[in-house]
Design a protein around this ligand. Structure first.
Ligand SMILES: C[S@@+](CC[C@H](N)C(=O)[O-])C[C@H]1O[C@@H](n2cnc3c(N)ncnc32)[C@H](O)[C@@H]1O
Length: 211
């Protein structure tokens, strides 16, 4: 999607993707990442997700990337934390104790800016992107994090019936993007509650471990 699509969504409050509770697949399958306290978890295309507060509550450090500055202002307000804001050129960094969020296009983020990452949590990031943008995103994620282990949440449904986002990502596509870098395990695959815009959909969570 174009950047303006997402800016419009945030500015008009059309953020149906924003969940009112931490993602149940995160809270159930987080232990599969085998992280210890103080591990740094990268949340790409993070919006103002409550998953961030939940990961912080596990004793982990969070790094995020998000296009919308409005989303990140709301994130810090809702966390009740005053961020320090620095100008990194094409990006801004919003930082506070145990949290750094890079505001701007994730493709402008470099491994040097991001710093070390122990794991990635992708919910509504890969599925937010149209097919022609997904390969660049997955390759960038791998190079940004040095192939950090990843929990990846995806939807699958009949893409010929409705358009995204969220887009349908098949098992074959997950393997196409990530097979070369990761051992891929499907941890769960369940019917998506309420379907997707009225049609049947499944939600799956994948564990990606570096080869
Ligand atoms: C579907 S939302 C998901 C947000 C969050 N992961 C969640 O679960 O609530 C996708 C988010 O990606 C952001 N986004 C889209 N393109 C981006 C890009 N190129 N760089 C950084 N963020 C981007 C949008 O602004 C939006 O907040």
């Amino acid at each position: 999607m174009e950047h303006n699509f997402w800016h419009d969504r945030w500015e008009s409050g059309r953020i149906g993707f924003h969940a009112q509770a931490p993602n149940p697949l995160l809270t159930t399958h987080f232990p599969a990442l085998c992280l210890t306290e103080g591990s740094r978890v990268f949340v790409p295309l993070c919006g103002k997700t409550l998953d961030i507060g939940w990961i912080l509550s596990r004793g982990c450090i969070v790094a995020g990337a998000e296009l919308s500055e409005m989303a990140i202002e709301q994130l810090f307000e809702e966390l009740g934390v005053e961020p320090e804001i620095s100008d990194l050129g094409k990006l801004k960094r919003y930082s506070a104790t145990d949290i750094d969020i890079f505001v701007g296009d994730i493709h402008a983020l470099t491994p040097q800016m991001l710093g070390p990452v122990d794991a990635i949590f992708d919910r509504a990031a890969l599925v937010a992107l149209p097919e022609k943008m997904r390969s660049a995103y997955t390759a960038h994620l791998i190079s940004l994090t040095g192939t950090a282990p990843q929990l990846l949440v995806c939807f699958a449904y009949d893409q010929s019936l409705i358009s995204g986002p969220p887009f349908s990502i098949t098992k074959d596509e997950v393997h196409r993007h990530y097979d070369a870098a990761y051992e891929i395990t499907e941890l769960a695959n369940q019917e998506a509650a309420g379907g997707m815009k009225g049609i049947a959909a499944t939600e799956s969570v994948w564990l990606l471990k570096p080869r």
